[in-house]
Write a protein that binds this ligand. Structure first.
Ligand code: SF4
Length: 312
């Protein structure tokens, strides 16, 4: 049977910064009996008149409007459409106005059950994937990314969830208190299979979950001599030896959500722990990791410029 996987863009146009969506590779790896076609609307148009047996889409809130247009087109041609991802998980009944079934939460397990039901001809409306199953059976089929002309970076996922609960963030809403990492042997095997010399980017929303896990990861990465980057919470910098370990393990740069330098704003968004006050040392160049602040950042934060100046 033919399965079309689609990552919609915000609209029917391409983006020069497209990177491979791991969710699509995970779905492909878990549908081995299907003839899979993957269309990433950031990199290529979805072909007109495509008529597979089933369409699956991964939908973010910012792509939901476009996803619904695409889904409506397929369903008008009699092709069933299923959706998963953050937006359908948070608003399944909205998504079900444009989809035959919705996966709520993680794809693993729920996706396979959905395919079994589809083949038997009786799709349920929702499939609960949960958010706390161990990541021991993480699989990804990267062959679907070939020829897409993605940015020269390899995305990898080590874990899911974050130990913080900033009130604006979808991660805590999606994963709750669940904090999971993959077994290191599977992760390292996957990294070994990726092109040598290519920058890796950990898509984990906060690589600093449990310190013991992070140290084990850094110990494992150091001998691989790979260059990588990640998203991480600023409290990693309260431990200088940990910063050194990051740099020694190949971490070239990190992305940190400062959100605001205003303590009241941070308090309001349940991110008071992110306060710069008293921690300016966290922001200095250290062990090869450097803070970068754009002129626009300075302009936006002009009332709080001192911390930014100290950051540099
Ligand atoms: S630290 Fe980052 S990932 Fe974690 S809840 Fe806050 S914004 Fe979300």
């Amino acid at each position: 049977m033919k399965l079309t996987l689609i990552r919609p863009n915000l609209g029917d146009y391409r983006s020069s910064d497209a990177m491979p969506p791991l969710a699509m590779g995970i779905l492909a790896a878990r549908a081995p009996d299907y003839d899979v076609a993957f269309y990433d609307e950031k990199a290529e148009p979805v072909p007109e008149g495509d008529e597979p047996d089933l369409v699956a889409m991964s939908v973010e809130t910012y792509t939901a409007r476009r996803a619904y247009v695409i889904a409506d087109g397929y369903r008008a041609r009699g092709v069933p459409v299923v959706m998963g991802g953050y937006h359908p998980t948070f608003l399944p009944y909205e998504a079900l106005e444009h989809a035959d079934a919705v996966v709520v939460g993680d794809a693993e397990g729920a996706w396979e059950r959905l395919l079994v039901d589809f083949e038997a001809g009786h799709l349920e409306r929702t499939y609960a994937g949960g958010n706390d199953a161990p990541l021991t059976d993480y699989r990804i089929d990267r062959s679907i990314y070939h020829g897409k002309h993605y940015a020269p970076v390899e995305l990898v996922q080590w874990g899911r969830g974050c130990r913080f609960s900033c009130d604006f963030c979808s991660i805590h809403s999606f994963y709750g208190a669940s904090l999971r990492v993959r077994p290191l042997d599977g992760l390292l095997t996957e990294i070994d299979s990726l092109p040598a010399g290519r920058l890796l980017f950990f898509v984990d929303d906060n690589l600093f979950g449990r310190k013991s896990d992070l140290l084990a990861l850094l110990d494992a990465l150091a001998p691989m001599k790979r260059r990588w980057s990640c998203q991480i919470s600023i409290d990693v910098a309260r431990d200088e030896s940990l910063l050194d370990r990051l740099a020694e393990a190949g971490c070239a740069f990190v992305l940190i959500g400062f959100e605001s330098l205003n303590p009241e704003s941070l308090e309001q968004m349940h991110k008071a722990w992110n306060s710069v006050s008293g921690h300016e040392g966290e922001h200095r160049a250290h062990g090869g990791l450097r803070a970068r602040v754009t002129p626009r950042d300075r302009e936006l934060q002009s009332a709080d410029s001192d911390p930014w100046v100290r950051a540099l």
